[in-house]
Design a binder for this molecule. Structure first.
Ligand code: ATP
Ligand code: MG
Length: 452
């Protein structure tokens, strides 16, 4: 089986032949070219998997030639060959899109290894692109930032759930985005052109909440001056979002249970049942099972609402979402604040990465809003980030755990800075690429996600 088709261009015909033999014995199909015209012809006509380009071609430099190649096949992996002593141009080549370089004379095994890695990487990239496309383009969750695997999984789940009418149970700490997800489910459902009605079940005293939810007849209670529709009626054909359902008073729980079972209910003071067609989404930041055990929440209602659970992880468990969230919020506040903020200083970003975020995404949003309001420059410096927080307010962790966490965040930060360029990131960290790859593997970080 052919492992892939490779174009080699060099003005040295001997070297071309040597490379051809090596690659062919490793099962690659090889196209060689002495001159740029032939090479471009091959790029246009052949289905290439990789190109090996000499830095010093017959009539021009390999880097600008590579750029021409990328003009035709944008993501074709390119390995640059350089003569000894031209490392600077090699680095330049990497910046312009080469995936690696080799200094002549090179070890053929090294060449094969680099080819293998480049091909592997390309496969991975296209797979990621495909998956991303699935989540982002097909379902178009434009306003939801999701870089972490955990959030990708949730969006994939949301896309599936949206097409059903089942009750959804969103569980997550405060500020993790429960309402955002509830709206996304509605917006991707068949009900999207009908109302999305939200109510916080802990915000109102019992009678008011009951009349809010189910409506009332004129004179049903003191102050009920006219007949009013409840939110269940307003949400007919649409979606109702019962936030903090864990705080719903017991008496209303039984009434809600009946709505869920029969899709009908009696407004306060009315003998006539009202029939509705609503999709119910509930959210809670408490452990309702505990409420059930302690008698504050009806078990039968719990099972009725706990049909499709979505567990929104706290931000500290998906810190790779922090950098793109920060960009998102900077964009969001730029316009109303009439400020052109480009980003954060590396130290400011580091501070964000180290914080534990008990208030989750909402706390991050507030932090960025504050910093943007206070900054007088177009870049946010670290003194505007969490100024009151001091250092490390979290309880102490075992050394190994703390080290691993630091290492992971440090790498994420490097990749953020270098936009996923492994060579530069490894350089900044003072590590070899291979070591750096091992670190990525250890922390299951995918560098592709940091590319623009
Ligand atoms: N993944 C995300 N992408 C973009 N914005 C987000 C994301 N998650 C949360 N937010 C934003 O963070 C804020 C808090 O989100 P939301 O109100 O949905 O959280 P919540 O879990 O309902 O919070 P609470 O428990 O306090 O009611 C909102 O402004 C929301 O738009
Ligand atoms: Mg909420």
């Amino acid at each position: 089986m052919i492992a892939g088709k490779i174009l080699v261009i060099d003005d040295d015909s001997n070297l071309l032949e040597v490379i051809r033999m090596r690659l062919e014995s490793a099962n690659y199909e090889v196209v060689t070219a002495l001159r740029e015209e032939e090479a471009i012809e091959a790029v246009r006509k052949d289905l290439l998997d990789l190109a090996i380009i000499d830095l010093q071609l017959a009539s021009r430099d390999g880097i600008s030639f590579m750029e021409d190649v990328h003009g035709i096949i944008p993501d074709l992996p390119v390995i640059i060959l350089t003569a000894y002593g031209t490392i600077e141009s090699a680095v330049e080549a990497m910046k312009k899109g080469a995936c690696s370089y080799l200094t002549k004379p090179f070890d053929p095994r090294e060449l094969l290894l680099q080819i293998e890695m480049a091909m592997e990487n390309r496969k991975l990239t296209s797979e990621i692109k495909r998956l991303k496309g699935l989540v982002e383009e097909k379902y178009n969750f434009a306003n939801i930032i999701a870089r972490s695997g955990k959030m990708h999984d949730i969006l994939a789940q949301v896309a599936l759930i949206a097409k059903t009418d089942s009750t959804v149970y969103i569980y997550g700490e405060s500020g993790t985005g429960k309402e955002l997800i509830a709206k996304a489910i509605h917006m991707h459902s068949e009900r999207k052109n009908k109302p999305f009605v939200a109510i916080n079940c802990s915000a109102l005293p019992e009678t008011l909440l009951e009349s809010e939810l189910f409506g009332h007849e004129k004179g049903a209670f003191t102050g009920a001056l006219k007949k009013t529709d409840g939110l269940f009626t307003q949400a007919d054909k649409g979606t109702i979002f019962l936030d903090e359902i864990g705080n719903m008073p017991l008496s209303l729980q039984s009434k809600s249970l009946r709505v869920l079972q029969e899709q009908q209910f009696h407004p306060l003071g009315s003998k006539k049942p009202v029939k509705v067609d609503v999709r119910v989404i509930v959210a809670t930041n408490r452990d309702i099972k505990k409420e059930v055990r302690e008698g504050r929440f009806r078990e039968d209602l719990f099972y009725r609402i706990h049909v499709i659970p979505i567990n929104l992880p706290p931000l500290r468990e998906r810190k790779d979402d922090i950098p793109p969230l920060v960009n998102h919020f900077i964009k969001k506040f730029s316009r109303p604040m009439k400020k052109k903020v480009k980003g954060l200083t590396p130290l400011a970003m580091q501070k964000l990465m180290l914080h534990d975020w008990p208030g989750n995404v909402r706390e991050l949003e507030n932090t960025i809003e504050y910093a943007m309001a206070m900054t007088t420059e177009n870049i946010i410096s670290e003194d505007l980030i969490l100024p009151a927080s001091g250092l490390s307010p979290e309880p102490l962790k075992p050394l190994n755990e703390a080290k691993a966490e630091f290492e992971k965040n440090y790498i994420i930060h490097l990749l953020e800075l270098t936009k996923g360029n492994i060579t530069r990131a490894a350089d900044l960290a003072g590590r070899y690429r291979a070591d750096f790859y091992n670190l990525l593997k250890k922390h299951r970080i995918n560098p592709e996600e940091f590319k623009e």
